[in-house]
Design a binder for this molecule. Structure first.
Ligand SMILES: [Zn+2]
Length: 220
């Protein structure tokens, strides 16, 4: 990680002019200062063997790891959002909610997906930590917005699980907070309780002003 952080250190030491730091082209976009990565819900319970498993969720892990690596190599902010629920959380069917019990704090199901390479400098945001707290957006943690702004963030790239839930709500909050917002489609999966839930959510996010991208536009 020391190597990954060095460009960031250089920026701080030489504030007078544009730093000669590396950038990564994303098609017509360039990954650069001001870009933050936000991945949500990549926890074991959403993967095969978990309580709310999505069958093809494992396919997004290598893609998520490429995004994480790109951001880490440039020393850009990385946020990992996670459900972190008490056993009596209001989103659980056993307590009147729509979902099976999942991501109970400090249990294996709440851990990040086994092969996800989480950089140690990542900002971890826990949501739904109180029984009555339905929040699923990473921005439900009021400190996240100020943490990102302190680091000069103007654009966020959001992916994870589930598209129609945590991703959608995080994107909505990011746009409300005036961040230019990109949805990383290939690092996202829907639960699709109704078959079109994921596609509908993508439509909503596009209508809100989010740009939808995939890894093939990432020039790594
Ligand atoms: Zn949850």
């Amino acid at each position: 990680m020391a190597l990954a952080l060095s460009p960031c250190v250089q920026v701080r030491l030489v504030p007078m002019r544009s730093p000669p730091r590396t950038t990564i082209s994303m098609g017509k976009m360039t990954l650069e200062d001001g870009n933050a990565l936000i991945l949500v819900g990549l926890q074991r319970d959403a993967f095969p063997g978990g309580t709310i498993a999505i069958a093809d969720a494992p396919a997004i892990i290598p893609i998520a790891n490429r995004y994480l690596s790109a951001w880490a190599n440039l020393g850009l902010p990385i946020v990992l959002g996670r459900c972190w629920h008490p056993p009596n959380h209001c989103s659980f069917r056993t307590h009147g909610g729509p979902w099976p019990d999942h991501a109970i704090a400090d249990t294996p199901g709440a851990a990040f997906a086994a092969d996800l390479l989480v950089p140690p400098t990542s900002i971890i945001v826990s949501t739904g930590t109180d029984a009555a707290d339905e929040a699923s957006s990473a921005f439900a943690d009021a400190e996240l917005d100020s943490q990102l702004r302190r680091r000069g963030t103007t654009q966020v790239f959001v992916g994870g699980i589930a598209t129609e839930h945590c991703v959608l709500n995080t994107v909505r909050d990011a746009i409300d907070r005036d961040y230019a917002t990109v949805v990383l489609r290939d690092a996202s999966r829907a639960t699709n309780v109704r078959p079109d839930d994921g596609a509908d959510a993508e439509g909503v996010m596009a209508e809100l002003g989010a740009q939808l991208l995939a890894l093939e536009t990432l020039g790594l």
